[in-house]
Design a protein around this ligand. Structure first.
Ligand SMILES: Cc1ncc(COP(=O)(O)O)c(C=O)c1O
Length: 394
């Protein structure tokens, strides 16, 4: 058994594609501790700095005191406790949809939802840069899968014509993200909505990296574009800007009832702990408040500074604020060179992950820099100076 994997691991190492866990001995935040070192953390999706916020911590502690730790059973058996119901009501209200359903992770939301919506004779059209959870959900559904080049509407239209011809009367699902997780750019949502309407398709929009960041009170791209009613399935995660854990789907009453009956990752999994639901509810309440909106606008001042300082160093920074996000790719290309640059930055006390194949295409390895509302301006300036200096010598 060991020999079997030893060969494969050797091949991974030889291609600079091996991965390792690092132990963080501190809470999440703009500075974290690894092996006794304090590092400035530009690797986290905790965009609003809520992962260690006292509002969320206290909500979780209160829920533990009231409900205990484990939730005992799956949601349909006896695992649905009051914090789950409160969270789903608050999510639906915040997103402006009829209803919401929570899953134990965003990954589980995708894996359960897509196969509940389409089956063998249907079609899924996926953006090339979609997250693994969406790809895996689409594959699991058994539907015919076609990938369109990233944000390429012309190709998507060609696929839609084909789908209507080759699969008459069948369901066609367009799946994309509002903010792409490794590139930080946005989907052209108004055009996508136009296309999905023209071809009678359904649209699944993963707002994982948009909620908390984009749109009024962080409601996401669909809300920012005033297109919430045109997105059939609004997916998201509670584990990034919302600082907690879990995934969700927002949509119509019928959609949510159907998922309760058909989404296998929801049905056959123990309900998430109530402490997590309570913490996520505290995050939604915070985002809906004026204080939450102030925090989101503070994040945008940090994003603007990062854009200004990184733009001269790389051509991959989005051209305008309206097409950007809190994610900045610094593309290096070669896998080992990206690892070396990340290691050099770590030597200077910056944690910036090198992202490699298979998360991104071979030869497009990059630093993935994320900025949060908790970073101060000096930390952002120091990182950009270090990247400028070290990427020249690399
Ligand atoms: C775009 C996107 N969708 C879904 C997920 C999965 O969410 P979760 O981490 O809650 O499982 C992620 C997580 O990295 C993501 O980036």
């Amino acid at each position: 058994m060991q020999d079997l994997f030893a060969e494969q691991l050797k091949a991974l190492r030889a291609a600079s594609l091996d991965r390792h866990l690092r132990e963080i001995s501190s809470p999440q935040g703009p500075q974290i501790e690894i092996a006794g070192w304090r590092l400035i953390n530009f690797s986290s999706n905790d965009y609003l700095g809520l992962a260690n916020d006292s509002r969320l911590r206290n909500a979780a502690i209160d829920a533990i005191n009231e409900f205990g730790v484990g939730s005992g059973a799956s949601r349909l058996i006896s695992g649905t406790q009051s914090p789950h119901v409160r969270l789903e009501r608050a999510l639906a209200e915040w997103k402006g949809t009829d209803a919401a359903l929570c899953f134990s992770s965003g990954y589980a939301a995708a894996l359960g939802t897509i196969p509940a919506l389409v089956t063998k004779n249907d079609v899924v059209l996926l953006d090339k840069l979609c997250h693994a959870s969406l790809i895996d959900g689409a594959k699991l559904s058994g539907a015919t899968l076609r990938v369109f080049p990233h944000n390429n509407l012309r190709k998507l239209e060609t696929h839609l014509h084909w789908a209507r011809r080759a699969h008459p009367g069948k369901r066609v699902l367009i799946v994309t993200e509002s903010v792409f997780s490794m590139d930080g750019d946005r989907a052209p949502l108004p055009d996508l909505v136009q296309l999905k309407k023209a071809f009678g398709a359904l649209l699944v929009l993963d707002e994982a990296h948009a909620v908390g960041v984009i749109g009024p009170h962080g409601r996401g791209l669909a809300a920012a574009e005033k297109l919430s009613d045109d997105v059939d399935v609004q997916m998201g995660t509670l584990s990034k800007a919302l600082g907690a854990s879990g995934g969700y789907i927002c949509g119509s009453h019928d959609l949510i009832e159907w998922l309760i009956n058909r989404a296998r990752s929801f049905i056959y999994s123990t309900a998430p702990p109530t402490a997590i639901a309570a913490a996520a509810l505290a995050a939604v309440n915070f985002l809906s408040s004026s204080q939450g909106e102030k925090r989101r606008l503070l994040l945008w001042t940090r994003i603007r500074l990062m854009r200004e300082l990184l733009s001269p160093l790389t051509s991959h920074v989005s051209p305008s604020e309206n097409s950007g996000s809190a994610i900045f790719p610094f593309i290096v290309g070669d896998e080992q060179a990206a690892m070396d640059l990340a290691a050099a930055l770590q030597n200077e006390c910056f944690l910036v992950p090198a992202i490699r194949y298979p998360t991104v295409a071979k030869g497009s390895a990059r630093l993935r820099i994320t900025v949060t509302a908790s970073h101060d301006e000096d930390q952002i300036r120091a990182l950009c100076h270090a990247i400028k200096r070290l990427s020249k010598t690399a």
